[in-house]
Design a protein around this ligand. Structure first.
Ligand SMILES: [Zn+2]
Length: 444
């Protein structure tokens, strides 16, 4: 088994290219970058000038001392993103505006300099080299038209590996994309899990050469990984990241043991979401990161809202890099059922994507007179399929949280099946359970 190429990359980045990377060397280097970042932020950014007033960056003597510093939240970013800038606006190369979910007010804006952009391309190139090399033809299912967009950065990084990036953008019409896959002899896909699933299921009888896929954006259900393997003989690698991290955060190696993290650019902590206290490796909590090398808009102890844990055991690939367990849940991703218990989209993904005709689905929770109602709309290969609706209901009834709620009369599950063209995807492309129940204490 090949060791993750991120280890060599990080060794080079911190000045130990001959190998022999260990945690002490890496953490010593991270400590120096943390001090630089704290000093830069406190002196140049209006937000951190206030937030870190009175704090001496030189007083940070261990990386664990970071636990004494305040967090940065998504709310802080929305309130006034320009206050985070550490350079003049002329030096900003790319601004990414992240839409709101409709209830959270202003959008988030993330700013990158040319130097920040280069760090992302460099990470993408090394991360992709886990399973991509010269001659590979990689279909990119992310937007890539705008300068500095994730698709454009990925295409550039693939060029550095001697591979060819082929732009498609998010899948709108799977058949058009399948034609492109065939015509361009695509070997590798990069995109969102539901898009890859739709391509594999609609293209299951075709002769395609796709053997590797990097899936990201959402939690990757095991059922989708297995289906890509069985229909196309395609090995799936998971990636974890968000725009705030500079898109890339971590990627699995051949052992598929969790993501190895971009530890030369990002310092990760897991905290107790209630108390904010740092948690040791192995304990689940909220993922928090601090940028180590970002120039335009450094972020200090940024709360991602994602839940995860570091796996205490070493990855079978033998790296000294940590392994972050696959992220399945967000802090705000659970909806409480009236009968007690909680439900997340990931709980519905596994049973529904395991059904062979399902391409995608939405989930909406409403309130009837005396019980909750979970409405599932399925996008399927065939329309009005009674058997599929029945199979989906049965599969959902086996989900523990739903099973008890239905048995106790606190929940009704409705399933409707639509053909591709008649299906309305979820709002803003986010796959989450939409809770339309009136909130407690709501007044007329
Ligand atoms: Zn590994």
């Amino acid at each position: 088994m090949k060791i993750t190429p991120l280890e060599r990359w990080i060794a080079e980045r911190i000045g130990h290219p001959a190998g022999g990377l260990d945690r002490r060397l890496l953490e010593g280097w991270q400590l120096e970058r943390l001090r630089e970042t704290l000093s830069l932020a406190a002196n140049k950014s209006a937000f951190y000038g206030t937030q870190l007033a009175g704090f001496e960056a030189g007083s940070l003597s261990r990386i664990t001392d970071m636990a004494g510093l305040p967090f940065t939240t998504a709310f802080d970013l929305r309130r006034n993103p320009l206050q985070f800038l550490c350079v003049s606006q002329d030096e900003i190369n790319r601004v990414v505006t992240l839409p709101t979910s409709g209830t959270t007010g202003d959008p988030k804006r993330i700013y990158f300099t040319l130097e920040d952009r280069e760090l992302t391309v460099d990470f993408f190139a090394r991360g992709m080299s886990t399973f991509t090399g010269p001659g590979d033809r990689v279909l990119i299912l992310f937007p890539g038209e705008r300068q500095g967009s994730v698709g454009e950065l990925l295409a550039e990084s693939l060029g550095r590996l001697g591979a060819v990036g082929i732009a498609n953008g998010p899948v709108k019409d799977p058949r058009t994309t399948l034609d492109l896959i065939s015509r361009e002899r695509v070997t590798t896909l990069v995109g969102a899990p539901v898009h890859a699933l739709a391509l594999a299921r609609l293209g299951q009888t075709g002769d395609f050469a796709v053997r590797k896929a990097l899936l990201t954006t959402d939690h990757v259900p095991g059922a989708i990984t297995e289906e890509l393997q069985s229909l196309w003989g395609c090995e799936v690698f998971n990636h974890y990241g968000m725009t705030e991290m500079g898109y890339g955060g971590g990627v699995e190696c051949e052992a598929h043991f969790g993501y190895h993290m971009r530890e030369a650019d990002l310092f990760f902590e897991i905290i107790d979401p209630e108390t904010g206290a740092p948690l040791e490796d192995g304990k689940p909590g909220e993922i928090v990161f601090t940028t180590l090398t970002r120039k335009g808009m450094p972020l200090i102890r940024y709360r991602t809202g994602d839940l995860g844990r570091f796996i205490p055991q070493r990855c079978p690939c033998g790296t000294v890099l940590k392994s972050l367990e696959r992220v399945k849940l967000r802090l705000d991703g659970n909806v409480a059922l009236g009968s007690g218990g909680a439900l997340a989209m990931a709980d519905l993904d596994e049973p529904l994507f395991a059904l062979p005709a399902v391409l995608d689905f939405t989930a909406v929770l409403t309130r009837e007179a005396d019980r909750d109602c979970l409405q599932i709309e399925i996008k399927a290969l065939e329309a009005g399929n009674g058997q599929l609706a029945q199979g989906a209901r049965r599969a959902l009834e086996a989900v523990p949280a739903l099973q008890s709620a239905v048995r106790e009369g606190g929940l009704r599950v409705l399933v409707e099946v639509f053909r591709e063209g008649q299906f309305r995807p979820g709002a803003a492309g986010k796959r989450r359970i939409v809770d339309k129940r009136p909130t407690c204490g709501e007044r007329l």
